[in-house]
Design a protein around this ligand. Structure first.
Ligand code: FES
Ligand code: FES
Length: 193
C-alpha cells in the first residue's frame, strides 16, 4: 500500500508517495538523492544514518518514512550554509577526525544535536551523545578533540578551556564501550583477531 507523505528536509518541503515499509533512510537516499546519510548496519547499531528529526538525532534506518511525515528533518547536507562548512564539520576536518569518512555524517549530526541542546556539555555528555556512533578508523580521540574545538568556537572562545587545558585521554574506556556499545578502535580489533 502506498502513502502520500510530506517531508521537510533541510528546509525544503517534499510531497512524496511511498510504500509503508520504506524507511526514512530509503527515501532520503533513493528518492531525494541525499546520500550523505550512510547505510551502515541498517539495524540501528552504527549511527551512520543519523539525522535530526524535530531537532533530535535518530537512526533513519529504523524510522519509517511515514512516521517522519509532517516533521522537520535535517541531514548532513543541510549543515553547511552558503558554501561554508558548519563549525562542527570544520573542526572534524581540521583535527583529522575524518578518515574514511563513512561515520562522519552521523557523528556530525549527533554532535549538532547535542550542542543545540547543551552548548557546553561535560565530557561524559559528549561520550554519551556519541555512544551510538561507531568509527572504525580514528580511535575516537580526534573526534573528541574536534568536538572540543567546535564547543570552544561556538562559545566565542569560551566554554571548554577546562577540556583543552586538561589534556586527558578522552578515548572511551572499555567499560564505557561495554555500556554504550561503542566499538573498539580498529587496531585493537585487528590485534585481537
Ligand atoms: S545504518 Fe542506521 S544505525 Fe547503522
Ligand atoms: S572515519 Fe572511517 S569509520 Fe570513522
Amino acid at each position: 500500500m502506498k502513502h502520500l507523505i510530506q517531508l521537510t528536509v533541510n528546509g525544503q518541503t517534499h510531497d512524496l508517495v511511498t510504500r509503508a515499509e520504506r524507511t526514512l533512510l530509503d527515501v532520503l537516499r533513493e528518492d531525494l538523492g541525499l546520500t550523505g546519510s550512510k547505510r551502515g548496519c541498517d539495524l540501528g547499531a552504527c549511527g551512520a544514518c543519523a539525522v535530526l528529526l524535530d531537532g533530535r538525532p535518530i537512526s533513519s534506518c529504523l524510522t519509517l518514512a511515514v512516521e517522519a511525515s509532517g516533521r522537520e528533518i535535517v541531514t548532513v547536507e543541510g549543515l553547511a550554509q552558503g558554501g561554508a562548512l558548519h563549525v562542527v564539520q570544520e573542526a572534524f576536518v581540521e583535527h583529522g577526525a575524518v578518515q574514511c569518512g563513512f561515520c562522519t555524517p552521523g557523528m556530525v549530526i549527533a554532535v549538532k544535536g547535542l550542542l543545540d541542546e547543551r552548548p557546553h556539555p561535560e565530557d561524559a555528555e559528549i561520550l554519551e551523545a556519541l555512544s551510538g556512533n561507531l568509527c572504525r578508523c580514528t580511535g575516537y580521540v580526534k573526534i573528541l578533540d574536534a568536538v572540543r574545538t567546535a564547543i570552544r568556537r561556538m562559545s566565542g572562545g569560551r566554554g571548554c578551556e577546562a577540556l583543552a587545558a586538561d589534556g586527558s585521554d578522552l578515548r572511551p574506556s572499555q567499560a564505557t564501550r561495554d555500556r554504550s556499545g561503542l566499538a573498539a578502535p580498529a587496531t585493537t580489533r585487528e590485534s585481537r583477531a
